[in-house]
Each structure stands twice: as C-alpha cells, then as structure tokens.
Write a protein that binds this ligand. Structure first.
Ligand code: GLU
Length: 472
C-alpha cells in the first residue's frame, strides 16, 4: 500500500475518532461504524494488444446499515486498497449528511485510463462488472456504482449493459448503476450535480454575515475571487456555475500540466471550449500561465476549491495559502498535517463529505427514477401549468388587467425533470449545511465544520443501528 493513500485512510479514521470522542454512543457501536464491512480485492486478466495484463481492482462496502450501498468507481494509477477503503468510508458519512438512504461503498481499478484505447477500457470495465456480479457486489438493491475520478457516463453505460446481460427478467435492473447517459435511463442534471452542489454549498456558507466576518470576508458569493484546482468534471462545473449563477470571479485554474491566472477573471465558458478543442488548458490565451504550476496554492484569492485528488494540501504547502475558505470539492484533499496548519490560521474548511455530496444526491434521484420507471415531472407538469393558467386568468378577470404573453409563459410553466433535480439538490445542500452549522454553533467543543459534519453523520448512522436492534 502506498504511503500517501495509507495516510488518507488514517486521516479519515483519525477525523472519525476526534468526532466520535465528542458523542456518547457506545464504544462497540462506534467501532462497528468505523470499519469497512466488506473488502473485495480482485485480479483479472485482460488481453491488451498481444499480451495479457493482470488488472488490480477493488470494491469496498463500508457500511450496510442501509442498502443498497453506494459510491463511485475510480480509474487511476494511484488506486490501492486503503485509498478505496478511505473513499468508501467517506461515502457512508456523505450519504448520512444529505439524508440519502444508502450505505457507503467505493470501487477502483488501478489503471491510468489515458494509456488504454476505448475498446480496451470497455473490455476492462465489462470484465470488472462480471467480477462484481459473480460475488454479488452489484445490483439495484445491493450495491450501486457511479462515476468517479477517471470514469463517466460511457463507463456506466458499459456496466449497465453487462449487468443486464446477466439479469434477464429483473425488472429494476437499470437501477444497478447511476450516472448513466440520459438516453440509457440516466437523469438530467447528474453530470453537473457534484459541481452544482459545490456551488450551492459555497453560496450557503457565504450567506451568513457573522461567519464571513469571523474570517474577514463580506457576505455573499458574488465578487468572491476563486481558484479551482482540477478542471475535470467537478472542477469545471464548480467554476462555471459559481461564475454564471453566483457572479464569482474565477482568478485561477490549475491542472496537472499548468496553472492559469487572471486577476480580472477567467472566462470559463471559453476555457471549456478551448480544452475540448486542444485536449488541455495549456496555452489558453485568456490568462497567463504561472511559472511554477504548483503555485496555485499561493494565489491571492478568497476561496480555494481543490477539485482533483486527495492529499493536495499538506504540511509542506498549507502555509502559503491566502484563501479564507477551502471548499473541498475533491475527497480528502487536505492531509492531517495540512489541516492542523489551516485550523491554526483560522480558515473555514467546507468538508468533502458535505460539499461534494451533490453527486450522490442526484444519483439517489436517478435510482428513484429507475425504480419508479418514470421521468420526474411527467405526471404533474401539465396539470400544474393548467392550474397556474387558470389562476392568472381569474386574476386578470377580477382586476381587468392583463400581463404579457412572455410573463404568462414564465409564471405558468410546469416543472421539468431538470428543474426538479436542481431544486431537490438545492434543498438538500441548504438543509444539510444548516444542520452542520447548527451542530457547530450549539456545541462549544466543536470548532470546525468537519467535526460537526462527522457528528451529524455519526448520529444518523448510530440511530439506524439502534433502530435495527443491533445495539440495544
Ligand atoms: N463518486 C461520487 C462521490 O464520490 C458519486 C457517488 C455516487 O453517485 O454514488 O460522491
């Protein structure tokens, strides 16, 4: 096991212990919640070119207190058992915080996807799915994977197709995986969900004047200068939605090969187009490239959003940070050593298990859609439209005044699936933040949002175990 990922798992467990010490749940119950329930390590051969490669892969189910278990599948050369265990643990707490009724899980395949052709990736993904099926580690009521670092809707479509091949007659089979293409029983708004959730969480955190004053900022996300590290799915949507809907200024974007900086703001829509065309953000004309790409950490800004991988902010670079808020869009981006420094500096850290829970929240909506076999909004959209139109008509008659056709269209619109997904996600992120903030405010011993988030999760998972009668 690599040293880095082992420290990631240790950090998650240490943070858990710190929070657990502040609760009065029985020791045995806390020990049960802390550990991973099932770890499936597999090796399988896949023919790549003329040779066979032995692929190393994992699926970890951290907690079955609720089922199915849920969590993404990561493709990265850094994958190892402890990394997947850390990520699976975070999924349990993440789901509890946003009231998504699943246990936590995570999968990983130790490959660098860039090194394989699409056909080879398909072969690996399908074989991995078969391994999961063989051991009962996948299914709509058992364990439901989703995208993560290095995977997306293409991989989810392969997983679905493989699962369906082996599950003839299973009526809910399409609920075996989420993050699918919309045309393959996916849901609108899933691709942007994690980034959109990051935006809602940030906007909520910035809306409390007293909290902002404590860290030397003014209320509101508008005008805040943001640096985003990582321009993959999560980083891209976090940046574009914060800019478009929150009027924030994105002053820096860091990728593995370059860090872009523009104090007046980078046009994210243009950057997305540029990356699509060139395959990288390197050479983008709307910003300057910093000499040292690792200097993203010291850019003068209000909010830093690490949106790549774990262990990015460490005891080595944490002192350089000028931001007042660290928004953890990635899982585990701050090491224990880094966090100690940031806490001393009095920064606000919005913890991963809350801030990036938008992905699994919309996955939950997708799974519900799959089980109900119907698109959200189908039943009520037209009925609502007609009702609103009747109300407007009556008001117009009574007042003898009328509104324009454009205004009428706006007011009488019934909700589509995307509207419902976004409003469900917004409600979830706002309510979860209130809950965490209340816990922090109520208890003097809790001085950071991560511990508060852990306690919120721990109490919910503990109550489930108690309700089951497992720990009377
Ligand atoms: N991989 C995402 C996460 O880390 C999403 C998981 C899911 O949708 O199940 O939260």
């Amino acid at each position: 096991m690599s040293k880095l990922s082992s420290s990631f798992y240790t950090t998650v467990q240490r943070n858990f212990d710190n929070a657990a010490a502040l609760t009065d749940h029985p020791k045995g119950l806390l020990a049960q919640i802390r550990e991973c329930n099932a770890v499936y390590q597999m090796r399988f051969p896949v023919k790549i070119g003329n040779t066979y490669e032995v692929i190393e892969a994992y699926r970890v189910q951290h907690s079955q207190h609720r089922q199915p278990t849920k969590g993404g599948i990561r493709y990265s050369a850094m994958v190892d058992q402890e990394e997947v265990m850390a990520l699976a643990s975070l999924m349990t707490f993440k789901c509890a915080i946003v009231d998504v009724p699943f246990g936590g899980a995570k999968g990983g395949i130790k490959i660098s996807p860039r090194k394989y052709s699409v056909d080879e990736l398909q072969k690996i993904t399908r074989r991995y799915t078969v391994e999961l099926i063989k051991k009962g580690f996948i299914g709509p009521s058992v364990d439901v994977p989703a995208p993560d670092y290095g995977t997306g809707e293409r991989e989810m479509a392969w997983i679905l197709d493989t699962y369906q091949t082996f599950s003839r007659g299973e009526i809910d089979a399409v609920g075996c995986v989420t993050g699918k293409p919309v045309s393959q029983n996916g849901i609108r708004g899933r691709t942007e969900a994690t980034g959109r959730g990051v935006y809602y969480g940030l906007r909520e955190a910035c809306s409390h004047e007293d909290d902002m004053k404590e860290i030397g900022l003014t209320k509101g996300i508008a005008g805040k200068r943001i640096v985003v590290q990582g321009f993959g799915n999560v980083g891209t949507y976090s940046a574009s939605i914060s800019q478009d809907e929150g009027d924030a200024i994105i002053v820096g974007i860091a990728e593995w090969n370059v860090t872009l900086y523009n104090p007046d703001g980078i046009d994210i829509a243009k950057l997305i187009k540029y990356k699509k065309k060139k395959g990288s953000i390197l050479g983008f004309p709307g910003a300057k490239a910093l000499k040292d790409k690792d200097e993203w950490v010291s850019i003068d800004c209000d909010i830093l959003i690490p949106a790549a991988l774990e262990n990015q902010i460490t005891s080595k670079n944490a002192r350089k940070i000028k931001a007042k808020i660290i928004a953890e869009a990635a899982n585990g981006p701050i090491t224990a050593g880094g966090e100690a420094i940031l806490n001393k500096k009095g920064l606000m850290i919005l913890p991963d298990m809350y801030l990036n829970a938008g992905g699994v929240t919309v996955s939950y909506f997708e799974w519900l859609k799959n089980l109900s076999h119907m698109r959200f909004g189908r039943m009520e959209k037209r009925f609502n439209q007609n009702t609103y139109a009747n109300i407007i008509g009556t008001v117009e008659k009574l007042t003898e005044k009328s509104i324009s056709a454009k205004e009428k269209r706006l007011i009488t619109r019934g909700a589509d699936e995307i509207d419902l997904v976004r409003s469900g996600l917004e409600e979830t992120m706002v309510m979860a933040y209130k809950n965490i903030r209340d816990i922090k405010k109520r208890r003097r011993k809790i001085t950071d949002l991560r511990t508060a988030a852990f306690i919120s999760a721990l109490d919910k998972v503990a109550n489930d175990y108690i309700a089951m009668g497992v720990f009377p």
